[in-house]
Unconditional design. Structure first.
Length: 290
């Protein structure tokens, strides 16, 4: 995942953590991501190689709750402990839980996954970590901690993203083809510095921590907008946030083209593009504690 979700994204760590004002904006992106990709998240949860429905689940780096609510929907008898470093993210999650009538099944814990010690998490039979591990400064230590927290025979599900989603065709916009990729390329070195574990293959790391990896798969995601307001809103919010990162890095012609896309009242607004789509990937590892 890139710094759009640094986000979306510093789910549970100290490593490069933004302030709470920035996390409010990241929470908006997280909520849009959860809305658009709800079916994908539900399918990932449904295909986990579980021996029995879990009763206690820990959602590490929960953000605003995309994983938490997918898990609660799939396992109606389960309770979820959502762990995140952000007060703002956890506040949003609690509000959603109340709105859905599942607040009795959700507890929240503010904690940093890079702290010297973790809070008590009881003994869950499923731990879920989505878009979280690549933000951890010392992932090997975090993986060993998850191994020790899990019940014997419990499952650890790791989900990672292939960077921030892309929304425009490669030849768009017409006056500055390839603009979206150039925007992301402009921030690449900054992202790599802040998140050196992004894109890691967690399979060997999970094995080294004592897990048995039972499944590893990459899921391509392509969602045509077809007039879907949620995809358009996600694209607009994401590119607005990206603009704040690249304002001093792009040539004036690219910045002007980006501004035309972000002008919702203008003729070139991204919301009016019939070729808008969401393209990304999810990679899932399912690892069991023997």
């Amino acid at each position: 995942m890139d710094d759009m979700h640094q986000h979306t994204g510093d789910h549970g760590t100290r490593h490069g953590r933004p302030d709470e004002h920035a996390l409010h904006g990241q929470g908006d992106i997280l909520d849009r991501d959860a809305e658009v990709l709800a079916e994908i998240n539900a399918d990932i949860v449904a295909q986990l190689p579980l021996d029995a429905p879990p009763r206690h689940i820990v959602d590490l780096g929960s953000g605003t709750g995309a994983g938490t609510f997918a898990l609660l929907d799939r396992f109606p008898e389960a309770r979820v402990t959502a762990v995140d470093s952000s007060v703002e993210h956890l506040r949003r999650l609690r509000e959603k839980a109340c709105g859905r009538g599942v607040d009795a099944r959700v507890s929240t814990v503010q904690a940093d996954l890079d702290d010297a010690s973790w809070p008590r998490l009881d003994t869950p039979d499923l731990v879920w970590a989505s878009a979280a591990l690549h933000h951890v400064a010392e992932p090997a230590r975090a993986l060993r901690r998850v191994h020790d927290v899990l019940a014997p025979g419990g499952l650890f599900a790791v989900v990672e993203l292939a960077g921030f989603p892309r929304f425009l065709p490669e030849d768009a916009p017409e006056d500055r083809p390839g603009l979206e990729e150039r925007c992301h390329a402009a921030t690449a070195s900054h992202v790599a510095e802040r998140m050196p574990h992004r894109g890691a293959d967690w399979g060997p790391e999970l094995t080294a921590a004592g897990f048995v990896v039972e499944d590893a798969r990459t899921i391509p995601v392509h969602i045509e907008a077809s007039g879907r307001a949620d995809v358009g809103g996600y694209a607009l919010a994401g590119l607005r946030r990206l603009r704040s990162r690249v304002a001093d890095l792009l040539p004036p012609e690219d910045l002007a083209a980006l501004d035309r896309l972000l002008d919702v009242e203008g003729p070139h607004s991204i919301l009016g593009r019939p070729d808008l789509a969401l393209r990304t990937e999810r990679t899932v590892w399912a690892a069991r504690r023997p």
